[in-house]
Design a protein around this ligand. Structure first.
Ligand code: URA
Length: 431
């Protein structure tokens, strides 16, 4: 009989293959008699020694079956990013897709490791609800609005639990743990067509395209075993996406995008790519037709109207919703260039940890975040900057120390040499 978790941890720590029963025992008892420190040891052993394909499928199925799986119609689309800095794509995409007539029900996560999470961002909108009972979720199917919710006791509770433990115990960047976590969210939510935005670079869990492709293979393996259509885009995370990083500050940027008041070329490329590919897949139309539809939606602010519908559908009273009150940081700091030169981010992971330091993310799983903490960048990789130009603004709850400001300034540099401008979409693997 399998009932000794220490034996299973030791087996994986010693690079041995686990049986299906051992993996099921671990996942099925997460909340029961296995202690948190044992869960974190097991996840670390998996991160270090990996899972083979059979172990991965068993682990994924166990996570998925820890809750209910929605069985919805064929035409359901979903996308998932593997995590980065400034990634507000889902907040912009969900309403744009609603306006384009594409059903997009999304199960998202909170911040993970040094990256931000859609649920934390959306919860910076007062009263926005991301936690629904299964019955309430199914009722929403009649409302015809796109939906973004978090893991719960109904839907992949095992991902919710392991996700927060991984976040604060150093086992996020594991190919197999990410693959199972991402795909269980998509499949639990009933999506038949799934696009993965696989981030590559210093602000992603995978630093090179080669490493990211290994994850891509595992995501596709799980997707195909579950009869899902999979599209993967590999996108560049050597600089933040858009201009803002944080929680409420990203919601504010998303609103400006939806109102067509502001454009960031790279952010727009990802959003239009996903919206257009989904529209073509659903309606079997030409690229030109899909592009025209997307342009029309954006120009007429129809995505913004749909955003308000989504808020209302998720418990926000529109009469009480005041955009100007979303982002109200206590302190702000202007960061000025101390010399001239071409701007370049160094290591985005350090920038991510700086954001955690100012409480835009968590160090421990029970930490609360300060939703107004964040950064605005007014420059991009490759821009030529003059001494005295405004580079960025930092927003925080508490006063920042000199040391914290130095730490921030150490996340980029200015150089005399021209900086290469990198492509945003590095590679795609179609349906
Ligand atoms: N996104 C997820 O949902 N899970 C991970 O493990 C990483 C990114």
């Amino acid at each position: 009989m399998i009932n000794n978790i220490t034996e299973i941890i030791n087996k994986k720590a010693n690079k041995k293959e686990l049986t299906d029963q051992e993996i099921d025992f671990f996942v099925n008892n997460l909340h029961k008699n296995i202690k948190k420190y044992q869960v974190s040891a097991m996840l670390m052993a998996i991160k270090i020694n990996g899972l083979n394909d059979r172990e991965l499928i068993t682990y994924h199925n166990a996570i998925l079956n820890s809750g209910k799986i929605l069985d919805l119609d064929e035409n359901r689309f979903d996308k998932h990013s593997t995590g980065g800095l400034g990634d507000k794509v889902s907040i912009i995409l969900a309403p744009i897709l609603e306006a384009m007539g594409i059903k997009f029900w999304k199960l998202s996560g909170r911040g993970l490791g040094f990256t931000g999470g859609t649920i934390d961002k959306l919860e910076s909108i007062k009263k926005f609800n991301t936690d629904y009972s299964l019955k309430a979720i199914l009722k929403k199917d009649n409302a015809n609005h796109n939906l973004i919710i978090g893991q719960s006791k109904n839907l992949i509770p095992a991902d919710k639990y392991t996700y927060s433990i991984r976040d604060t115990s150093g086992s996020v960047d594991s190919t197999e743990l990410i693959a199972a976590s991402v795909m269980s969210k998509k499949i639990a939510m009933g999506a038949k067509n799934i696009l993965i935005d696989l981030k590559v670079g210093s602000g992603a869990f995978f630093k090179t395209l080669n490493q990211a492709e290994k994850l891509g293979k595992k995501l596709r393996l799980i997707g195909e075993k579950s009869n899902r259509n999979i599209y993967i885009i590999y996108t560049n995370m050597n600089e933040p996406l858009g201009k803002s990083i944080g929680n409420s500050i990203e919601v504010k940027e998303a609103i400006s995008f939806l109102k067509n008041e502001y454009k960031d070329e790279k952010l727009e490329k990802i959003i239009s790519k996903i919206a257009i590919e989904f529209y073509i897949k659903k309606n079997n139309v030409s690229l030109k037709e899909a592009q025209e539809k997307y342009d029309h939606i954006l120009k007429k602010h129809k995505g913004y109207d749909a955003f308000l519908n989504i808020l209302q559908n998720q418990k926000v009273k529109i009469k009480d919703f005041n955009e100007d009150k979303i982002f109200l940081p206590k302190h702000s700091y202007r960061i000025i260039a101390n010399k001239s030169g071409y701007f370049k981010f160094k290591n985005l992971e350090d920038l991510g940890y700086f954001l955690i330091e100012i409480k835009a993310g968590r160090k421990n799983d029970h930490d609360s975040i300060y939703s107004h903490a964040g950064v605005d960048f007014f420059v991009k990789n490759g821009d030529f900057i003059n001494k005295g130009d405004l580079l960025a603004k930092i927003y925080s709850k508490e006063r920042l120390t000199e040391e914290q400001i130095r730490r921030f300034e150490n996340t980029y540099f200015l150089t005399d040499k021209k900086v290469e401008i990198e492509e945003i979409i590095l590679k795609e693997e179609k349906w």
